[in-house]
Write a protein that binds this ligand. Structure first.
Ligand SMILES: [Zn+2]
Length: 188
């Protein structure tokens, strides 16, 4: 290895260590949002640390899930295909920071937090942090309640439980969150 390469590697290490050090934790995020972390403490979803890739989604973005969820997803997708059903994951794991940056972007565009929270969860409250939640699409590029009308959705309602996947927000769910036919969580 020549000296130049060593310097480049060292530079990368320094950058990585510094950025890791500056990663805001939930305390910092909530302080910046001016929102009480204590108020939501009981609902915090632990951020997954060990993730595996399931490849890219239709938009070319790499999707990560917990190992168990990924394995089960692969089986389910394969079996669905045997029944001529196409399903794919649009989004899987999302970090606290990613969730924060989604919110921050909307604040920067002039929305207030109350408006934003009707569309997005506070960092720490999304089940996508666990690596065990997936947003499923069939022949579409975006999430829609119309997913309910697809053969893929019908197949999922009949088969997903065999692979440990459940609809998190069914119609008229107790949490008061709107019906999300695309959002499934994995339970071992
Ligand atoms: Zn979701």
């Amino acid at each position: 290895m020549n000296q130049k390469k060593v310097y480049i590697i060292l530079l990368f290490l320094v950058i990585n260590i510094t950025s890791a050090h500056h990663t805001p934790n939930l305390n910092t995020i909530y302080k910046e949002l001016n929102f009480s972390l204590e108020e939501v403490q009981d609902s915090i979803v632990i951020e997954a640390e060990q993730l595996v890739s399931i490849g890219e989604n239709v938009l070319g973005k790499e999707i990560f899930l917990s190992k168990e969820c990924a394995e089960s997803w692969r089986k389910m997708k394969h079996d669905a295909m045997q029944d001529s059903i196409t399903i794919s994951v649009l989004s899987g794991f999302r970090s606290y920071n990613k969730q924060y940056s989604i919110i921050k972007n909307k604040i920067n565009r002039g929305m207030n937090l109350k408006q934003i929270l009707q569309e997005n969860k506070l960092p720490g409250l999304s089940h996508h942090h666990s690596g065990n939640a997936i947003d499923i699409i069939s022949n579409s590029y975006k999430l829609s309640v119309d997913f309910e009308k697809t053969q893929a959705y019908l197949w999922l309602t009949q088969n997903a439980h065999k692979y440990g996947f459940y609809l998190q927000y069914p119609k008229n769910n107790k949490s008061g969150i709107m019906f999300e036919p695309w959002h499934w969580y994995f339970k071992e």
